[in-house]
Design a protein around this ligand. Structure first.
Ligand SMILES: Nc1nc2c(ncn2[C@@H]2O[C@H](COP(=O)(O)OP(=O)(O)O)[C@@H](O)[C@H]2O)c(=O)[nH]1
Ligand SMILES: Nc1ncnc2c1ncn2[C@@H]1O[C@H](COP(=O)(O)OP(=O)(O)O)[C@@H](O)[C@H]1O
Length: 215
């Protein structure tokens, strides 16, 4: 229903012995839309299928977040240095902090032949489109701005200032995500079960490929 274009890659002829790498998945959408909730469940229910591209960020860790697992928490100076050295595929400023996907983060997952999941904002989506990563682009959207604000407030991770910045970024995101060709699929995360089922269905073919390659 929300399929806006064909998200399956054309099957390319392979060299004898060459393993086709599973296609990465980019999850984007407003902060608070439910990306982490959905992807954590997806990874938990499909052990050995997905690998998370651990981004770098200059924001402070939240309670429960682990360095090297949720993010590589770093300083502006260190991150700037890495960007200048060419270590990053993309980077962006979001709500007063820097975020970026390192080449190593993606390579680490791809070398294990797992489906690489990237959680990036809309600026990241644009930058990744310029690379040869060829992911499936999925946007997770809240049912409304009001629901998004409520979810963000209930999550209790933001100050009033960072919450307002996220809501402002969400307005831009919600508009841009409608642009033709920006995403392969847009999932409205109203009912969590339904959104999760939709996500699984979209990724079904890719999941099966990885599972079959292992067996
Ligand atoms: N461009 C880009 N955006 C990222 C990256 N990592 C995370 N983000 C985005 O940064 C935004 C803020 O993330 P975060 O601080 O974890 O807050 P949350 O999304 O509200 O949990 C979200 O839109 C993420 O998708 C990255 O490596 N690159
Ligand atoms: N479908 C849903 N219904 C109600 N609450 C949800 C739903 N999806 C996510 N949430 C809650 O909303 C908040 C934001 O979700 P989260 O996964 O952290 O979003 P994101 O990673 O996109 O910033 C969390 O507290 C989460 O438990």
């Amino acid at each position: 229903r929300f399929l806006t274009s064909d998200c399956r890659s054309p099957s390319l002829p392979l060299r004898a012995g060459a393993m086709s790498r599973p296609r990465p998945v980019v999850l984007s959408g407003p902060s608070g839309a439910g990306k982490s909730t959905l992807l954590k469940r997806l990874m938990k229910e499909h052990e050995g299928v997905f690998g998370f591209s651990v981004s770098h960020t200059t924001r402070s860790p939240r309670p429960g977040e682990e360095d090297g697992k949720d993010y590589h928490f770093t300083s502006r100076e260190a991150m700037r240095e890495g960007i200048d050295k060419g270590d990053f595929i993309e980077n962006a400023e979001f709500s007063g902090n820097m975020y970026g996907t390192s080449k190593a983060a993606v390579e680490d997952v791809q070398s294990r032949n797992l489906i690489c999941i990237l959680d990036v904002d809309i600026q990241g989506v644009r930058r990744i489109k310029e690379t040869d990563l060829n992911p499936i682009f999925i946007s997770i959207q809240p049912p409304s701005m009001e629901t998004l604000e409520k979810r963000l407030r209930d999550r209790q991770t933001e100050t009033e200032e960072s919450l307002q910045k996220r809501l402002e970024a969400a307005r831009i995101d919600m508009e841009l995500s409608q642009e033709p060709g920006m995403f392969d699929v847009v999932i409205i995360n109203d009912d969590l079960e339904r959104a999760y089922e939709e996500l699984k269905e979209i990724l079904d073919e890719e999941i099966k490929k990885v599972q079959e390659a292992k067996s």
